[in-house]
Ligand binder design. Structure first.
Ligand SMILES: Cc1ncc(COP(=O)(O)O)c(C=O)c1O
Length: 407
């Protein structure tokens, strides 16, 4: 069968592929250390699980309104008040199958073929292909300094009148970087001046360390939400460790949310009903699990940073949040796919090559697994990079002899 031009441009999600690979290798009994994960290992809040089971047990599991149940929308209204200090109505809220679908339908609602979408690199792996699925053109902004924070100069350099959308993921996957409030303020203004739809992908905004807080984009606009070109994306996957429930949401002007809801109506007929009651319970329930998750991620970040200090020639910024660290390994190997494959093959450590996030020479390391895995994973990587030629390392039941070198 002939594949469409658009589909031919799309690759498999690199991170989902690596997760499948990790599962297969573990099933084969390999002593794998998975530093490529993208989901917390903690349990979803109990009240969320109970509500989903309660609904399922009634046997009355039906379609919901395509744009989401009124009660989950009310929970999102409260969330928006609590975290963004903004009052919205149900007609400003779209519930979707994961945050991913909210981003996708926002693009489908706004973009025409040939339009351009700007986002900073390193970027979340899915942005470029989601843009291409709309026939539009991804325009990454490569930051010119090692902080991985773009400047307005970097952004303006790639801007053209074809730009219809900009995406900011704050804090970011894969860098774990919290962008400065001044950058968010400038981006909001720039998008307003140039009539650009601004997607704020805030999926990690509560997973911040050292008491840091993400800027609310609404602080920097004088427009009411209904006149705004900003769409704020959020979800339960990361903050409540509810990836499998597949619930996300978008908050925006009534007019854009209406169009996005129409698209969802034809795509999925709406998100799963048990998942929506679970998400509502998580948002309205005790937020203890978010506090605990953030504390454990901060601890793992500290462990990772300490361990990475044992590798001689890498460079990295200390993550402000999320469960990722994007480290520069180019002093060892400039090709991140080659390096990632070597680490998997020789020392059984799974990482994600930086090229998947638009920057060569880096690897993304995740901290959402156990502390022991982080320590063991970095021990193996340190040996693979800095160990003496012909030295030996024991992993699981085998001993590896170092028959490669980076010098
Ligand atoms: C930056 C970013 N945005 C959105 C998503 C999508 O999250 P969800 O599981 O809610 O679809 C992810 C998931 O990895 C992500 O990293």
């Amino acid at each position: 069968m002939k594949i469409s031009k658009i589909a031919s441009c799309i690759g498999e999600s690199a991170t989902l592929k690596l997760n499948a690979q990790a599962t297969a290798l573990k099933a084969q009994g390999e002593p794998l250390i998975h530093l490529a994960g993208g989901e917390p290992k903690s349990k979803a809040p109990q009240e969320a699980l109970d509500k989903a089971v309660e609904l399922i047990k009634t046997g009355e599991v039906r379609y919901t309104p395509a744009s989401g149940t009124p009660s989950l929308k009310k929970a999102v209204i409260r969330y928006t008040r609590d975290f963004y200090n903004v009052e919205v109505e149900e007609s400003n809220v779209l519930i979707s199958t994961g945050a991913k679908q909210s981003i996708m339908v926002a693009m489908q609602a706004v973009l025409d073929p040939g339009d351009e979408v700007i986002f900073p690199a390193p970027y979340w792996v899915s942005y470029p292909d989601m843009v291409r699925l709309c026939g539009a053109v991804p325009i990454p902004v490569i930051p010119l300094n090692a902080s991985l924070i773009p400047t307005m100069y970097d952004i303006k350099k790639v801007y053209s009148s074809r730009c219809k959308m900009m995406i900011i993921n704050n804090p970011s996957n894969p860098g774990g970087i919290l962008y400065p409030d001044t950058l968010i303020a400038d981006v909001v203004r720039f998008c307003e001046e140039n009539n650009i739809c601004l997607i704020m992908d805030d999926i990690y905004h509560r997973l911040l360390f050292d008491g840091k807080k993400a800027a609310s984009c609404y602080r920097y606009t004088s427009n009411a939400v209904n006149d705004s070109n900003i769409i704020v994306i959020n979800g339960v996957s990361k903050q409540y460790a509810m990836t499998g429930f597949r619930i996300g949401w978008a908050v925006g002007s009534k007019s854009i949310i209406k169009v996005m809801g129409n698209i969802v109506g034809h795509q999925t007929s709406g998100a799963s009903a048990p998942s929506q009651v679970a998400a509502e319970a998580a948002i309205l329930g005790s937020q203890e699990s978010v506090t605990e998750l953030t504390a454990s991620l901060q601890h793992n970040r500290d462990v990772l940073v300490k361990q990475l200090g044992n590798i001689k020639h890498i460079l990295f910024n200390i993550p402000d949040g999320t469960f990722y660290c994007f480290a520069n390994f180019s002093n060892y190997c400039k090709d991140s796919s080659v390096l990632s494959a070597l680490l998997l093959d020789k020392v059984k450590v799974l990482t994600v090559p930086g090229i998947e996030f638009g920057m060569e020479g880096y690897l993304r390391l995740s901290t959402c697994g156990s502390t022991e895995d982080i320590i063991e994973g970095i021990r193996r990587i340190a040996w693979a990079l800095d160990g003496e030629k012909n030295s030996e390392l024991t992993i699981g039941n085998y001993t590896v002899v170092k028959d490669w070198s980076f010098s």
